[in-house]
Design a protein around this ligand. Structure first.
Ligand code: ZN
Length: 218
């Protein structure tokens, strides 16, 4: 087994990687130890997830939804706090991390998937951007509100809130996108390059629906 980010041998690794942090209400979507090595796992929680989760807007939302961190702490949001957005570059690295891990989650059903993902040149640029903060340019992504943060959904007589959901979108032009919805806001990022045209075209062709609700890809 090799780590899908740094490509080092990772058979001895022990930590499971959460595709989305537990602090965003994710207790299910995880990758087995070694798919992301322990070193990369630690790096992501320190350098990417922590700055995103401690930004004003995420503190406000986590406080509102009473979402505890891994250590059981719910963040404060006081009168003097401002709901600031996370830094665009760090948010891009966060989305890229989720995207590459969602790809591994999807691919792992197929024999030989680990080697195939590790050698795949099309995702090397994003890997380096996410793991090593490589490149001067940011990695562009779009965001838009799909539903209000306090929306209540009904299915089979049960009501529930949706904190997060994600899927991969493969476009006609063979581009692969991660589509992630956090608290009703949909983010989209191309895993293969710094262009978003394929997603814009897809939206126009599909009446601005979310790919999350037009057939499950992942
Ligand atoms: Zn690694």
């Amino acid at each position: 087994m090799k780590c899908i980010f740094c490509k080092h041998t990772s058979n001895e690794c022990v930590s499971s990687e959460h595709i989305l942090p537990e602090s965003l209400g994710n207790i299910e979507a995880m990758l087995a130890p070694g798919i992301v090595c322990d070193k990369c796992n630690n790096y992501f929680s320190r350098e990417i997830e922590k700055p995103v989760l401690s930004s004003g807007i995420f503190k406000l939302l986590r406080n509102d939804k009473q979402l505890p961190s891994k250590k059981g702490k719910i963040p404060n949001f006081g009168d003097t706090d401002k709901p600031e957005l996370p830094d665009y570059r760090v948010m891009g690295r966060f989305l890229g991390k989720v995207g590459l891990e969602a790809l591994a989650q999807c691919a792992q059903k197929v024999n030989g998937w680990n080697e195939e993902i590790v050698i795949k040149p099309e995702i090397d640029e994003l890997r380096k951007f996410v793991r090593f903060n490589y490149g001067k340019e940011d990695w562009p992504f779009t965001f838009r509100t799909l539903y209000p943060v306090n929306a209540i959904f009904k299915e089979n007589g049960q009501t529930f809130e949706v904190l997060n959901e994600y899927d991969l979108l493969y476009t006609k032009g063979y581009e692969l996108y991660i589509i992630l919805v956090l608290f009703g806001v949909e983010f989209a990022m191309n895993l293969g390059g710094r262009i978003l045209d394929g997603y814009k075209n897809w939206l126009e062709e599909n009446d601005w629906e979310s790919p999350l609700y037009l057939g499950k890809n992942l």
